[in-house]
Design a protein around this ligand. Structure first.
Ligand code: SPV
Ligand code: MG
Length: 271
């Protein structure tokens, strides 16, 4: 499940998900910005590190295009692995990228050889062999068709990617199902079913080759829904007298902040 700050990451963990997606889209939106390579590596990395400090779940870091070329990737991997990520997803777009789900987006892909070099650099740079390098194939997003998507995915696996994230913005699962069925490469697949939510976990797993589903933006969308609703009610009511039923009590925030520990520590250490 996506998260954009430590609190949302903590809620992901409490809800029972088994991993956190440190989403570039969510962090961009949380900063009031479009997801077009405006958030810097420093900003994303520090958010990711703060999430890792507050949760114990594995974090899959969305590093967009990797913040540069293969040389920059060497540094990116060192930094993200050092900050506690369990995996990175690197996408095969040119920098600056354009968010994938936008209709009519300008989607330019990197030369295959150059992206292979980036994946090879990422594999070379990791210290722990369990740190996953996930190559993100945007050929379907760019409208290049299944044949190109399969060819690119095969080359990325050959370059050493541990998994292939195949993204689609079709409103039905047909395109992704067809890719999954045609994929006979040596590594498993990751999907992001935002545009085709009919593809739930059971049918995705039944297709055998999918080993990870990413819910890409549901934390930020849930937050926006909640804030829009409650803010409108306060404006309409001319006060906060009716919203308590709609929102958690302050005590719930204290619980998440671990104020009980602060109390205990006060008793123990403050003299
Ligand atoms: C993100 O959440 O930042 C993603 C997924 O990369 S998507 O926005 O669907 O491209
Ligand atoms: Mg992203």
């Amino acid at each position: 499940m996506a998260a954009h700050n430590p609190l949302s990451a903590m809620l992901v963990e409490e809800a029972g998900f088994d991993g956190i997606w440190a989403s570039g889209f969510e962090l961009s939106a949380a900063n009031g910005l479009p997801d077009v390579s405006l958030v810097t590596m420093t900003e994303h990395l520090s958010t990711m590190r703060a999430m890792a400090e507050r949760t114990s779940l594995p974090i899959v870091a969305d590093v967009d295009t990797g913040y540069g070329n293969a040389i920059n990737i060497l540094h990116t991997i060192e930094q993200y692995e050092g900050a506690g990520a369990a995996a990175v997803v690197i996408e095969d777009k040119t920098f600056p990228k354009v968010t994938s789900l936008i209709a009519g987006g300008r989607q330019e892909l990197l030369r295959i050889e150059e992206f292979q070099g980036k994946i090879e650099a990422a594999v070379h740079a990791r210290k722990d062999p369990d740190f996953l390098i996930i190559a993100r194939d945007e050929a379907l997003i760019a409208g290049l068709g299944e044949e190109v998507a399969l060819a690119r995915a095969g080359k990325y696996a050959a370059a050493g990617a541990d998994m292939i994230l195949i993204h689609s913005k079709q409103k039905t699962p047909d395109e992704i199902e067809s890719f999954i069925n045609a994929w006979d490469g040596p590594v498993p697949l990751v999907i992001v079913p935002t545009a085709y939510p009919q593809m739930t976990e059971a049918p995705a797993i039944a297709l055998k080759k999918v080993k990870m589903l990413i819910y890409g933006n549901h934390a930020i969308r849930a937050s926006v829904t909640a804030m829009q609703k409650v803010f409108a009610q306060i404006i309409n009511d001319g006060g906060i007298q009716n919203v308590n039923a709609e929102i958690v009590p302050v005590s719930e925030i204290f619980r998440l902040q671990k104020m009980d520990e602060v109390r205990a520590n006060e008793e123990r250490f403050l003299r």
